[in-house]
Design a protein around this ligand. Structure first.
Ligand code: ZN
Length: 350
């Protein structure tokens, strides 16, 4: 499996929260030959099961959705207003290109409009944008014109940038949070092909994580897991001006093992096993500093009698922005770590 090609395909797919169909199609196609059973539940989780010698379940989770928007209003002038799907900082958005999906599936591109400096007063220039101030310009001349282009209230939108290889070990694209996690999950299943596991491995590709972990809540209503790992693209902040406790993770130092984030504290036994297998196999890794956002692990941990959870993530710069970066070497080490963990995880699911 060529992981960079897979990441490219997944990153380029359109999939804002609750509009993940294109991602689901790719994931389903790639996962089918790697497992015994694939099903899609009503909320849109892809649940792939690889049966082992026992019924105990180890769950790998990756979310399919990306942060995006829905059209919240069409101005009489044809400009679009946006409602966020997931956590955006409006300051990163002006002048960026979005793809809107029209009523009949057509792709309509537009730019988030800005005012030229020529007419902007000094005081105005230092003012931050609020999401309510932003408008998307798709070139429509009127509301009716936008409608004829397929655009109306409720159409979803996502950043409109293709995947790029910047050098041998650096790629840039949208939606690495969490198509990087989807790539780790698929890469791990691929690496485990033909191996006999003493438990049942379930891989869940979830929708709507960015809207409050909605897919993951549903997964743990449907099945009982003993152990779970959320796979993510996470906040590398090895950039100028960030140091100390704010520098949660760095690119190029291997996968991040989460100790705690804003939503959950990882189970000690999972962290210990992840670090043991990494040490045994010489896989580079870093402890992600506590803080930052949340993951599906928060929804999974309290299910049933409780689930032992951990998070393995690829350090990505600029997540929740129109473009992110990651190092393929970090992605490959993340797959190695998750695979090595999966080989031993039966010990945590007796
Ligand atoms: Zn994520």
């Amino acid at each position: 499996m060529n992981t960079v090609e897979l990441l490219e395909r997944l990153s380029n797919a359109f999939g804002p929260s609750s509009f993940e169909d294109d991602v689901r199609d790719i994931v389903t196609e790639v996962v089918e030959p790697l497992v015994d059973e694939v099903r899609v539940d009503r909320i849109g989780n892809v649940i792939a099961t690889r049966r082992g010698r026992r019924d105990n379940v180890v769950l790998l989770d990756a979310h399919m959705d990306e942060v995006g928007f829905i059209v919240s209003y069409v101005e009489e002038s044809g400009f679009l207003r946006l409602h966020p799907l997931g956590g955006w900082d409006a300051r990163v958005l002006p002048a960026h290109v979005l793809n809107v999906r029209g009523r009949d599936g057509q792709r309509v591109r537009g730019v988030i409009g800005t005012l030229p400096p020529h007419i902007t007063a000094e005081a105005e220039r230092s003012k931050a944008f609020a999401l309510d101030d932003l408008f998307l310009d798709i070139g429509a001349t009127a509301k009716d014109d936008a409608f004829d282009m397929g655009i109306e209230v409720g159409c979803p939108a996502a950043p409109g940038y293709p995947f790029e290889r910047l050098n041998d070990d650096l790629v840039m694209g949208k939606a690495f949070d969490d198509r990087a996690g989807c790539t780790i999950a698929l890469g791990t299943l691929d690496a485990l092909q033909g191996e006999d596991l003493d438990y049942t491995l379930v891989v869940a590709f979830t929708p709507s994580e960015e809207l409050g972990l909605r897919g993951a809540w549903t997964v743990v209503n449907e099945l009982t897991a003993d152990v779970a790992i959320a796979l993510e693209g996470t906040t590398a902040v090895d950039v100028p001006g960030v140091s100390g406790a704010r520098k949660l993770a760095s690119m190029g130092r291997g996968p991040c093992v989460t100790i705690a984030d804003r939503s959950a504290i990882a189970s000690r036994r999972v962290v210990t096993l992840l670090e043991e297998v990494a040490a045994k196999q010489d896989i580079p890794y870093q402890r992600k500093l506590p803080g930052g956002g949340g993951t599906d692990a928060a929804a999974i941990q309290p299910a049933g009698e409780g689930v032992l959870v951990g998070v393995v993530s690829v350090p990505c710069r600029y997540i929740h922005a129109p473009l992110s970066m990651l190092r393929p070497s970090d992605l490959d080490s993340s797959i190695k770590l998750t695979t090595a963990f999966a080989r031993e995880a039966g010990a945590l699911a007796p």
